[in-house]
Design a protein around this ligand. Structure first.
Ligand SMILES: Nc1ncnc2c1ncn2[C@@H]1O[C@H](COP(=O)(O)OP(=O)(O)OP(=O)(O)O)[C@@H](O)[C@H]1O
Length: 254
């Protein structure tokens, strides 16, 4: 097998608070162009895991490497795009257009008080087009639908041209047709733009046919490289509270 350096290399990771193991002995690798869904019950530690990968929480024990470097030595955070949970919930009167919000994704690249460069403009336009929100560029963010706002937040994360995009429950409160459209766009980013995608979701029914790998997190992690097989597994259902029958039936609807 050809050697590939993982983007994330996590070994024997623990996150312990007040003697309680939130994450316990979690190990996995994420490679370039992976397309991974993270599932698991509420409070299972999914968000905590992502926050550790982003350097926002510190692991208690174990090792996390990003592009081969230990987290404390890693500096190239622009390579990682992040769309946090509930990012698209904004106040209706928030005084910014779609374009303004997407531009915020370039700020770390701009020197403070310096003018926007041609490249900045190009990247912002490109990110809006990729997430199908370019036609909304002059609209105030607060006037957009939940599904449109969620695509804007994703475009903001894309504006820094990340190699990997991490999304925490991007579809909370969004209707089913917008969810499907969103997952199609994510899949295109993965296949056409070669961006690695990792997302936490509760919409397992919607994505079951499409994902390449599945991580199930409930204090411990189960990594499945063949999600279709895993999703019909009774043991997984019992251990992780996931309705395997529902997933199995969903597969046969097609
Ligand atoms: N810094 C912290 N201090 C104390 N408790 C924490 C901390 N970080 C996470 N936890 C606890 O860890 C548990 C896991 O939370 P987490 O948000 O990671 O779960 P989750 O799987 O993302 O849940 P959900 O699906 O509901 O979003 C929760 O009980 C949470 O309160």
């Amino acid at each position: 097998m050809k050697f590939r350096l993982p983007i994330f290399d996590v070994k024997n990771l623990y996150f312990i608070v007040d003697n309680q193991e939130i994450l316990s002995n979690v190990s996995f690798e994420i490679f370039a162009q992976d397309y991974i869904a993270i599932i698991g019950p509420n409070g299972g530690g999914k968000t905590t895991l992502i926050r550790i990968l982003l350097g926002l929480e510190r692991e208690t024990k174990g090792e996390v490497r990003i592009f081969g470097k230990r987290i404390k030595d890693f500096k190239e955070w622009q390579k990682i795009g992040y769309v946090p949970q509930r990012a698209s919930h904004v106040d209706a009167s928030f005084p910014a257009t779609t374009e303004d919000v997407v531009k915020m994704g370039r700020t770390s690249k701009q020197k403070l008080f310096s003018k926007e460069s041609q490249e900045d403009k190009m990247r912002v336009e490109d990110a809006m087009k990729k997430m199908d929100v370019y036609h909304l560029k002059d609209k105030m963010i607060g006037t957009l639908s939940g599904g449109q706002r969620q695509r804007v937040m994703c475009a903001r994360a894309l504006a820094s041209r990340p190699e990997i995009l991490i999304l925490d429950e991007p579809n909370t409160g969004v209707d089913v047709s917008s969810q499907q459209r969103f997952y199609e766009l994510l899949r295109e980013l993965n296949t056409k733009e070669k961006i690695t995608i990792v997302f936490i979701t509760h919409d397992i029914g919607v994505i079951a046919d499409d994902i390449a790998r599945l991580f199930t997190i409930n204090q411990k992690a189960v990594i499945c490289n063949n999600p279709k097989e895993a999703l019909s597994c009774e043991e997984m259902s019992e251990l992780y509270g996931i309705d395997a029958h529902l997933l199995h039936n969903h597969k046969h609807e097609h």
